[in-house]
Design a protein around this ligand. Structure first.
Ligand SMILES: Nc1ncnc2c1ncn2[C@@H]1O[C@H](COP(=O)(O)OP(=O)(O)OP(=O)(O)O)[C@@H](O)[C@H]1O
Length: 443
């Protein structure tokens, strides 16, 4: 950790240096205010030790500047002449501690030991957190570990996973943890556009390249220069374009449509697909050479049903997102609703869960989410199959459980549209609405 010691008295500066060095901090020294301000312009420090009384002014000036421009820098003040106002101001500015001259070396050591612990923890948290990727299941923790490992290296990455499982979130996390993070992250869905449009979007074109090309347009490859280009659904990229992409990946050069001028850019490619690319290669739909170019590292995002323990955290995250988006105060998420979600097939993965929560937040009343949902009653399952047990069954209860579950399922499947849900169950709209109210389900 880099430390700047600002102290005009040589002897004290030396003592400070010796003690700070014991903690393996890197040291830089300054004798005057001016020198310190110069050093701060050129370098960034994690720790600043400042004497307040300096030949050319007050060390507080440096403290104020540092806390304004780089507030995370820790500051320890060392002084013989601190007035209470100065100490008060220092703490208000967020100074870590202060020590009075003459100080005991052991006191300084104690401060530095605590500070080192704090800084180490801070560093660890910074490295570990991938805030955009919600989840604490072993599968997600493993995924986060892989992301952290591969992010700093400039290699192409192929992300595999079902639709809606979070492949784009993972791509963004890799970008954010890489040293390209302050450059653009540009995403394109290769399945969403027809071949010609996809080509012109990616590579750009010159005015007059085709009808409608009324002016030059920069391609996404160029817009991502210095950063990351995310090619979603790469398995759906037409073969003709695959050849062009391969050429670009091999040379880092490309020619916009209708141009003769070659351009060179520096982009990291992260691709994703929910297709089995090896199968696609066998079928002749995907180039093997391109596969090896983009798949230097392959990352798999597990489907949500294999990490159901993440559902409550994801629900909490999306409830927060949508309650703030729609200005709806949410006090409670019903237990039955979480249990219901835990048992859903969730083939649409996190995206499906997110959509359900969005709808429920909009429909919520009195600050409660999912009041009409109940866990699928397991006792109704199987009973029909294994016959009637000795103690008999409660047929009315079983039938109403089944009916209620089907009503909820139909609403789910119809994306909340009651008319469609009624059709799915072979009911008229009125019959459907009557049954919803009978079971207290809000649709
Ligand atoms: N772990 C996660 N934490 C928070 N949000 C997530 C997570 N995974 C997915 N999401 C959210 O779910 C939605 C779908 O995720 P994303 O677009 O990354 O999926 P995808 O796998 O790229 O889907 P597709 O294959 O359809 O492109 C997005 O709104 C995303 O923000």
């Amino acid at each position: 950790m880099r430390t700047l010691i600002l102290e005009d008295e040589k002897n004290i500066r030396e003592i400070l240096s010796i003690v700070v060095e014991e903690f393996d901090f890197e040291i830089d020294e300054a004798e005057t205010l001016l020198e310190a301000l110069e050093k701060l312009k050129e370098n960034s420090y994690e720790l600043l030790l400042v004497d307040l009384r300096l030949p050319d002014g007050s060390g507080m000036e440096v403290v104020r500047q540092v806390k304004r421009e780089r507030p995370e820098t820790e500051v320890v003040i060392i002084t013989a002449f601190a007035s209470t106002e100065t100490v008060k101001e220092a703490f208000e500015l967020g100074v870590y501690d202060y020590i009075e001259k003459p100080f005991k070396i052991e006191d300084l050591r104690l401060i530095l030991r605590n500070l080192k612990e704090k800084l180490t923890l801070k560093e660890k948290l910074k490295q570990e957190s991938i805030p955009e990727l919600i989840g604490q299941s072993p599968a997600i923790e493993k995924l986060k570990e892989i992301i952290r490992k591969i992010a700093p290296y400039d290699v192409n990455v192929l992300i595999l996973g079902e639709s809606g499982s979070g492949k784009e979130v993972v791509a963004k996390a890799i970008h954010n943890l890489s040293n390209r993070s302050d450059r653009p992250f540009v995403a394109i869905n290769c399945a969403a556009l027809p071949a010609e449009l996809l080509e012109s979007e990616l590579f750009g074109y010159k005015k007059g390249a085709f009808t409608g090309a009324v002016k030059d347009k920069k391609g996404l490859i160029e817009k991502a220069n210095g950063g990351t280009l995310f090619l979603d659904e790469i398995g759906d990229m037409p073969l003709s374009l695959q050849a062009k992409l391969l050429r670009f990946l091999e040379t880092k050069k490309f020619i916009p449509l209708g141009s003769t001028e070659e351009r060179e850019v520096d982009v990291r490619i992260i691709a994703a697909t929910n297709k089995n690319l090896r199968e696609e290669i066998k079928k002749g739909n995907f180039r093997e050479d391109l596969f090896y170019r983009i798949a230097t590292i392959v990352v798999e995002v597990p489907p949500l049903r294999e990490r159901r323990e993440d559902i409550p955290l994801l629900v909490e995250h999306f409830v927060r997102e949508f309650s703030s988006k729609y200005g709806k105060e949410v006090k409670k998420v019903s237990k039955g609703f979480i249990e219901y979600l835990m048992e859903l097939p969730l083939e649409g993965n996190v995206r499906e869960l997110r959509n359900i929560i969005e709808r429920e937040v909009i429909l919520s009343e009195n600050g409660v989410i999912g009041a009409g949902y109940h866990r699928k009653d397991k006792t109704t399952e199987g009973k029909e199959l294994i016959g009637i047990p000795e103690e008999g069954i409660d047929l009315k209860q079983i039938l109403s459980d089944i009916e209620r579950n089907y009503l909820i399922k139909a609403l789910e499947k119809a994306g909340g549209k009651k008319k469609k849900a009624a059709e799915l169950l072979g009911l008229t709209f009125r019959e459907f609405r009557y049954r919803l109210s009978k079971y207290g389900i809000r649709g």
